[in-house]
Design a protein around this ligand. Structure first.
Ligand code: SAM
Length: 326
């Protein structure tokens, strides 16, 4: 049990660390096409500052770190940061979320540096649909995934945001693709985060419907995979494939929330679906001590809200998902 417990008795032992808000894709539910209004690099925490914050979290009992973005692989020299984090006492689970466009070259160095678990966003296996959703190129992602497999990452989890009329007809193809390659598959419901996320919710589809569609074709049995996240898993037929359902809209999981998020500019966001936050960068740059840093983090956790209100107040979160990394 971590030393960090929020006012609702939840043990906070998982930090998602966004290393940049920049991204080389423009997913239709995340960033507007043509968007370029990113943070300035001088406002990003340096690798030394990021490592210092993670060390403070580790000393407070947080052992699980996920690197995210924006697209984390666009941050220069990322493997060097991973190496520093992996060397910290108490950090025993370093994972990464990526769109995989740059993974072909970076898979091996990231694995050597200490990342083991990998989540890859992949919403379509059809090049035209992939381009429509992300404005990116599917072949780069598939190359990146194969490089990750060759580098020895395990598990590799594919995250697919399912959208009605856009890619929901591909869920069986995605199951078969993941079965063939030994990947885990997770479906995600579209969330109203930022204006782009809100407009994409016109394509929202409850994952209950997707589960029913899969059940018509496969035998699904309740399964379990460790990972610390909110996915509810099923096993597909008698294959090793696990499929997870992440349902922030149809069945929220706030009562088991175990995480906070640090954005690239050093803001600690206490809930994905609320604005509650705590600015660490000015404190770090004002020269606070390590003990004071731990006190500030512990205080920030007391401000964590009970739950998101995506359904009741979908207009609440103005920031784009690329600031906090999902
Ligand atoms: N670039 C990295 C990646 O692709 O995994 C990390 C950041 S990305 C913002 C993290 C995840 O958030 C991706 O799987 C993405 O599909 C998901 N995401 C972004 N906006 C979303 C939305 N409005 N609803 C649901 N998921 C969203």
């Amino acid at each position: 049990m971590s030393g960090l417990v929020d006012p609702f008795g939840r043990n906070i032992h998982y930090l998602r660390l966004s290393v940049t808000d920049r991204c080389d894709l423009r997913c239709q539910y995340c960033l507007p096409e043509g968007f370029n209004d990113f943070d300035e690099p001088e406002d990003w925490l340096s690798f030394a500052e990021l490592t210092r914050v993670v060390r403070a979290f580790a000393e407070l009992g947080t052992h699980r770190i996920r690197i995210t973005g924006g697209e984390p692989l666009v941050r220069r020299d990322l493997p060097a940061l991973i190496g520093s984090l992996a060397a910290l006492p108490g950090i025993d689970d370093l994972s990464l979320s990526t769109n995989a466009t740059r993974l072909r070259r970076l898979a091996a160095p990231l694995h050597v540096a200490g990342i083991r678990r990998l989540n890859v966003s992949l919403d379509s296996l059809d090049a035209a649909t992939y381009r429509r959703i992300t404005r990116g190129k599917l072949d780069k992602v598939v190359d990146g995934l194969m490089a990750a497999k060759a580098a020895g990452f395990a598990p590799i989890k594919i995250n697919m945001v399912v959208m009605k009329g856009i890619n929901d007809h591909e869920v069986v193809d995605m199951v078969e693709f993941c079965k063939t390659h030994g990947f885990t598959l997770r479906f995600i419901e579209t969330m109203p985060v930022g204006d782009t996320g809100r407009s994409a919710t016109e394509h929202y589809i409850s994952l209950d419907i997707i589960r029913e569609r899969l059940a018509a074709r496969y035998t699904l049995t309740d399964g379990h995979l460790s990972g610390g996240g909110p996915a509810r898993y099923v096993r597909v037929d008698d294959s090793p494939l696990h499929v997870g359902f992440i349902t922030p809209m149809s069945q929220h999981f706030c009562d088991t929330c175990n995480r906070v998020r640090l954005s690239a500019d050093g803001t600690l966001y206490l809930c994905l679906g609320q604005d509650d936050k705590y600015e660490l960068r000015p404190l770090l740059r004002a020269g606070i001590s390590d003990a004071e840093l731990r006190e500030h983090i512990a205080h920030a956790i007391t401000l964590k809200p009970e739950r998101h209100e995506f359904r009741e107040t979908p207009s609440r979160v103005v920031r784009f998902m690329s600031m906090t990394g999902g």
